[in-house]
Design a protein around this ligand. Structure first.
Ligand code: C2E
Ligand code: CA
Ligand code: CA
Length: 762
């Protein structure tokens, strides 16, 4: 709910509620109608004419409007031409010239049924149709009367007229605009502004007075005797044409229609439609139809009101336009933020997320590249150059891949789209790309060797997410197997998508407790007493059941989740050490992923975890394997030395299985050596293994370190280790990995036992 509260649409609607009562919305309608009717105007098919009382468009003293005498003469002349009707629409000047007034009255009477008297009035309150002033009310009771009253907008543009008008003196009279359709009380008349006012002929009244034949063109027409001066009180704005005499607006209104809606309500239907379209567009319209959808929305807003207007339906675009004016920039800003999210923060390259929304993914092959030893490369460079590494790699890839856009998945993984080709061609192309990477990267003067491996996905019918994941997983696989490329079949896809959802799954596992730490006791060989325990991570996934640590640690390393997992383990192990209370000599071993040994902030992070818990560093044994790669050795060595200096115990895990065991021992200062169970397991039967284990025990002890035998599975082995003088042992024979609570119970049991035996023997 709160998430939606900030959505551009909701904000825009809230803004609209506030703006609806301001002057902004009418201005928008005003602009809309002005533009629309400027583009769309056509001459009326009916026969109208205007006989002007003014000379030109400005008011002057010579105006016929100022003289009832001349008006009388003009009526006679016009009536003589036999027009269909004469609307006598003149401001009230009665009373200044009694002779003229009398002449006018009799001229109007002479014209008989031809003349209609127009009251031009000013509206006070629309709803009540109250009239403030009215003209010519005393020009003759015998004449038919009509009234013209306009509701104008803030720019004094006529917008609508009431269909009937209540006059103070005469009561209800029909509006000129309604032209006989005034029956619907409460309805308004909406003029048809597409009638081109400038196409209506204007005949000069002064000319007719000079020469009666000038009125000949009026025969059969509906004639307005009216003021044409633009500054006359009767003039209003005419959409698309600017200020025009009121009579022209009356003509437009005669072509208009009756509507029950007020202008205020008229904006709502379109607004609702626009909101509906926006919601549909955001939630249901597939990306490739979005342009069409929003195009239709825009066209609808721009064309609908005008087209419906010709169909006698009033839809004001103002609310809708206001909504869009607020919504569009907000949405654009949101899109911009989304776009930012679609670029890798480090390299500025488009991210994998952006690739997923690339429409051409549906008919291209997805190729992904994994750079070997990427983390090590980054570790040798200051942070601000990390983005440059990615950019340089992307440039090279783009160069070799027909200038394709390269998407960065961080962690040395890139992906892009290739026009489809057969596999042989694609592989040849990848070989070419690989050749490009045979020359080292040069960053900040440093020469960095790299190697590149590829993953490809050509299953066009699959979902983009699946395809990209498949290509990325393929590249990782190719990297681990040192192959040029890997293309995953469908059966591997399921697996890889699981691997790629590792991030989320690990987070969830840690939260739900599906991931937990078991401990396996370690014994002092001579005394058979527990001296410590190794913390071993466990994952009982609700979907996949028990997942062996070897497996998911590897995946966590690949998916960049290992750090989080490792620090969690350290924190938990430190908590355990603290929870052991009185057993304050028991130490807890933690496995440090070899991949992390060279991380620049490793020492700080671990030290901070210990400080936060006031955990004594010597209670924690950090187990590192000797298999980490040669590149990061310097950094790893420094880290390990620093950790040891802080008081952590250091243990070399799986001793004997790595490539450089002895040199490693010489290089890394440590406290204990864990002899791998592949050696320990066979000492009872294999003389050579016996010899190896025995010499490692001696070697360790001569360096002042403790020897730990792993994988002790039977008593015989235990006896042999004791004879050899091996310090510590760990194995199923002694105790299996167990929940921490069981370990605590075991310690208590051991203590009571010892007490008993001391008591018995003592
Ligand atoms: P490791 O560090 O060599 O851990 C000892 C492994 O040997 C454990 O397997 C343990 O259950 C098993 N083991 C102990 N005694 C015996 C025995 O008598 N016979 C046999 N056959 N096996 C025995 P586990 O728990 O499956 O762990 C496997 C590996 O996963 C570990 O090897 C370690 O490399 C890694 N690992 C486990 N927990 C973590 C962790 O928290 N972080 C990291 N980075 N790696 C971990
Ligand atoms: Ca270990
Ligand atoms: Ca081990």
């Amino acid at each position: 709910m709160l998430k939606h509260a900030k959505s551009p649409l909701v904000v825009a609607l809230a803004a609209l509620v506030m703006l609806a009562f301001s002057d902004l919305t009418p201005v928008l309608s005003h602009m809309y109608w002005n533009v629309w009717f400027k583009l769309h105007s056509q001459p009326t098919e009916e026969q109208f004419a205007i006989v002007s009382l003014d000379e030109g468009h400005t008011l002057s003293a010579k105006s016929i409007a100022a003289s009832t005498q001349r008006q009388a003469a003009l009526i006679d002349d016009v009536a003589a031409a036999r027009p269909a009707r004469i609307y006598f629409d003149v401001p009230n000047v009665l009373g200044e010239d009694p002779v003229g007034d009398a002449a006018l009255k009799s001229a109007l009477a002479r014209s008989g049924k031809l003349s209609v008297l127009v009251h031009r009035a000013e509206m006070v309150r629309y709803g009540e149709r109250a009239i403030k002033t009215a003209s010519n009310t005393d020009l003759g009771d015998h004449l038919p009367v009509t009234a013209s009253v306009w509701k104008a907008n803030a720019m004094i543009y006529a917008m609508s007229a009431p269909s009937t008008i209540s006059m103070p003196s005469t009561g209800n009279i029909p509006s000129i605009a309604a032209r006989g359709r005034e029956g619907l009380s409460g309805s308004i008349v909406v003029p048809d502004f597409s009638i081109d006012p400038d196409a209506i002929p204007i005949v000069s009244g002064a000319r007719i007075l000079q020469d009666r034949s000038a009125a000949a063109s009026l025969t059969g027409k509906t004639v307005f005797l009216t003021r044409t001066s633009y500054d006359a009180d009767s003039a209003y704005g005419y959409f698309g044409h600017g200020r025009r005499p009121g009579a022209l607006l009356d003509i437009a209104a005669m072509h208009g229609y009756l509507s029950k809606w007020s202008q205020q309500e008229a904006g709502l239907p379109l607004l609702l439609l626009a909101v509906l379209m926006i919601v549909l567009g955001r939630c249901y319209v597939p990306p490739r139809w979005k342009a069409v959808h929003y195009g239709a929305l825009a066209a609808g807003i721009l064309v609908f009101p005008a087209v419906l207007q010709t169909r006698d339906l009033l839809l004001e675009p103002d609310l809708c336009l206001t909504l869009l004016i607020v919504y569009v920039p907000l949405r654009a800003a949101e899109k911009w933020r989304e776009r930012v999210a679609l670029t890798s923060s480090e390299s500025g390259l488009p991210s994998i997320q952006a690739l997923l929304s690339e429409p051409s993914i549906q008919n291209s092959d997805v190729v992904s590249a994994a750079i070997s030893q990427y983390e090590q490369i980054l570790a040798t460079l200051p942070r601000e150059l990390h983005g440059e590494v990615a950019r340089q790699i992307a440039r090279r890839l783009s160069l070799g891949a027909n200038d394709s856009v390269i998407y960065d998945n961080d962690n040395g993984h890139f992906a892009w789209l290739e026009r489809s080709q057969n596999l042989a061609e694609l592989v040849e192309h990848l070989e070419g790309l690989k050749a490009l990477f045979s020359s080292p990267l040069i960053i900040d003067g440093q020469v960095l060797d790299t190697n590149i491996h590829f993953g490809i996905d050509r299953n066009w019918s699959n979902q983009p997410t699946t395809r990209v994941q498949s290509a990325l997983a393929g590249a990782t696989e190719a990297l681990t197997k040192s192959k040029l490329y890997e293309e995953f079949g469908l059966q591997r896809l399921e697996q890889s998508s699981w691997e790629l959802s590792m991030h989320a799954r690990i987070d969830e596992g840690l939260r739900t407790g599906a991931i937990w730490l078991a401990v396996q006791p370690q014994y002092d060989v001579r005394e058979r007493r527990i001296i410590g325990a190794e913390a071993l991570i466990r994952w009982n996934d609700p979907d996949r059941g028990y997942i062996p640590p070897d497996e998911f640690i590897l995946q966590a390393e690949r998916s960049g989740r290992i750090e989080e997992l490792t620090y969690w383990t350290f924190a938990r192990a430190m908590d355990m050490a603290n929870e052991l209370g009185a057993f304050n000599t028991i130490r807890i071993g933690v496995n440090l992923s070899a991949r992390m040994a060279d991380h620049p902030n490793l020492v700080d992070r671990i030290a901070k975890l210990a400080a936060e818990r006031s955990c004594e560093c010597n209670r924690i044994v950090i187990e590192v394997t000797e298999t980490f790669s040669m590149n990061n050795r310097e950094m790893a060595r420094r880290n390990i030395a620093q950790l040891r200096a802080l008081g952590f115990r250091l243990s070399i895990d799986d001793f004997g299985t790595g490539q450089a065991s002895l040199s490693y021992l010489a290089e890394i200062p440590c406290d204990e050596v864990k002899i791998d169970r592949r050696f320990v397991d066979g000492i009872a039967h294999d003389k050579r293994l016996y010899a190896i284990v025995e010499s490692v025990v001696r070697l360790a002890q001569s360096l002042g370190q403790e020897a730990v035998a792993e994988g002790v599975e039977d008593e015989e082995t235990m006896q042999i280790l004791a004879k050899m003088g091996c310090d510590l042992a760990q194995g199923f024979h002694l105790a299996r990995p167990m929940p921490f609570a069981d370990f605590v119970a075991l310690l208590h049991a051991e203590r009571t036992q010892t007490k008993e035996s001391v008591w018995r023997h003592g």
